[in-house]
Design a binder for this molecule. Sequence first.
Ligand code: DX5
Ligand code: ZN
Length: 230
Amino acid sequence: MCYNHCMAKQDLIVSPSFLSADFSDAAGELGKVMSSGVDYLHLDVMDGSFVPNITFGPKFIADLRKRTDLVFDVHLMIENPERYIGDFADAGSDIITIHQEATRHLNRALAMIRECGKAPGVAINPATPVEMILPVLDMVDYVLVMSVNPGFGGQKFITSSARKIEFLSSIREKEGYSYLINVDGGISEKTIRTVSDAGVDMVVTGSAFFRSDDKRAFVDRLCNMAAGVR
Ligand code: DX5
Ligand code: ZN
């Protein structure tokens, strides 16, 4: 199966990050994402505490939800995310990803996401060892490896994240887990081969996607490069 309607054989999922969109024309920017042929939209929620930036909350997501059937891949960069899981579920999220570093009760928070009927994801910052999430790997649908320090788009890819992807890929095979491995931060034509060679299933792309004049061609290039077509 091939996502993103690209010609590549490998089923790389591309999830454009709305953080790099012009929020004053949210509907227009959403239309550009939809016409690029992707199936997912990455929505970065920031609280000014867990990360040094503030974005938007459930109302913005609910308003976007009225205009699209894209899979909403909601990345919560907020402290104690369990306080808001119900609100983000009601807003129309499909995937809700929370940070290991943001809650004392990661297992409980991930279970809450599942109980809301949503797909749970766990994220780890660049300085967090991947071993920190070993106890929850059997309860998540997505693992998000941060390849920049969260908070802003347009940062440089941190190469050590590739080793985490390799580890997550090999332990999934060994233990029979079923999560998809996602990577977020600094993904472009320059870095896609590093993460695809490491075994990534899905990539978030913000600044590189939104600065592309032909977004469909950009997505196709990422898919093709991930599949080894140059
Ligand atoms: C950063 C966000 C990312 C961001 C990625 O904290 O989680 O999703 O939008 O942007 P780029 O692709 O520009 O690194
Ligand atoms: Zn993100």
